[in-house]
Design a protein around this ligand. Structure first.
Ligand code: NAP
Length: 249
């Protein structure tokens, strides 16, 4: 199988790439950092995988188009590239907002719209959309992030309904906090010390629960038992109050 993993240079995307490499799949991995991608590619190749690297900025239409042109036929797409973002309303500049939205919402839709038709022709394929628990839990100062993740989750659920009976499996995976570089890159490293360890998953947990969900035909999965248990209460004012205190700087 030929597998495209966006944002495979670290974190959750890298874990997906390793999982597919271990199965002998051919990989197309993307990110903006050529150096980081080379590091991952060396490891994947040592596990026996064929690896194509595509260095691309997926926060732009040109970037997504370029990736589609270079990737060729893809059997499995893991649309994972993304960031996190927290800022008081009105303080993020327009260009940054547009890039966030394209990277994690419009661009993901565009990527799937380009790749899924060929999967349908072959009668098989998989689409994994890495979303977030923010898709259904209000998060203070994270409106644009929650909006993008909600949109892409809605897209995945509708796509699953359309193509599920034609051999193409689709799942939106909605993690809570996962130990990756994401929060440090967004200037939110205080979360790694403020939040208790039980609130954190590892990237491999996300991959494991996603694969299990695909096998069971689920279209939305929240990885980790803890998150599945607390999910119904996350929007309550009590939980939001506790959460707010824990995530304060
Ligand atoms: N970690 C969490 O707690 C958590 C929770 C819920 C959802 N998520 C989601 O999980 C996904 C993966 O994040 P992660 O936690 O694994 O973080 P990460 O370790 O920072 O990985 C993010 C990946 O996305 C790539 N990326 C970022 N901006 C990009 C751009 N403009 N164009 C192309 N690639 C870009 C990065 O590569 P380059 O920087 O080299 O471009 C990197 O490979 C994201 O969609 C994130 O929103 C994470």
């Amino acid at each position: 199988m030929r597998v495209l993993v966006t944002g495979a240079s670290s974190g959750i995307g890298e874990a997906f790439a390793r999982w597919h490499a271990a199965r002998g799949d051919a990989l197309v991995i993307t990110g903006r950092s050529a150096e980081q991608l080379q590091r991952v590619a060396v490891d994947l190749r040592s596990a026996g995988a064929t690896v194509q690297i595509v260095v691309v900025d997926l926060a732009t239409a040109a970037g997504v188009d370029s990736l589609v042109a270079q990737a060729g036929d893809i059997d499995v797409v893991v649309a994972n590239a993304g960031i996190t973002h927290a800022a008081t309303v009105g303080t993020t500049d327009r260009e940054e907002l547009d890039r966030l939205s394209y990277l994690m919402s419009t661009g993901v839709v565009r990527l799937c719209e380009s790749l899924v038709p060929a999967m349908l022709q072959r009668g098989r394929g998989e689409v994994v959309v890495v979303s977030s628990i923010a898709a259904f839990t209000p998060m203070r100062k994270a409106g644009p992030y929650a909006a993008a993740k909600s949109a892409v989750t809605a897209y995945a659920r509708s796509l699953a309904l359309e193509v599920g009976s034609k051999g193409v499996r689709v799942v939106a995976v909605c993690p809570g906090y996962v130990h990756t570089d994401l929060h440090r890159r967004a200037g939110l490293e205080h979360l790694t010390t403020n939040l208790p360890e039980w609130m954190w998953l590892e990237p491999d947990d996300v991959v494991r629960d996603t694969r299990r969900a695909l096998a069971r035909g689920k279209t939305v999965v929240v990885p980790g038992l803890v998150y599945r248990l607390v999910r119904p209460f996350l929007a309550s004012s009590l939980t939001q109050g506790v959460w707010r205190r824990m995530t304060r700087r």
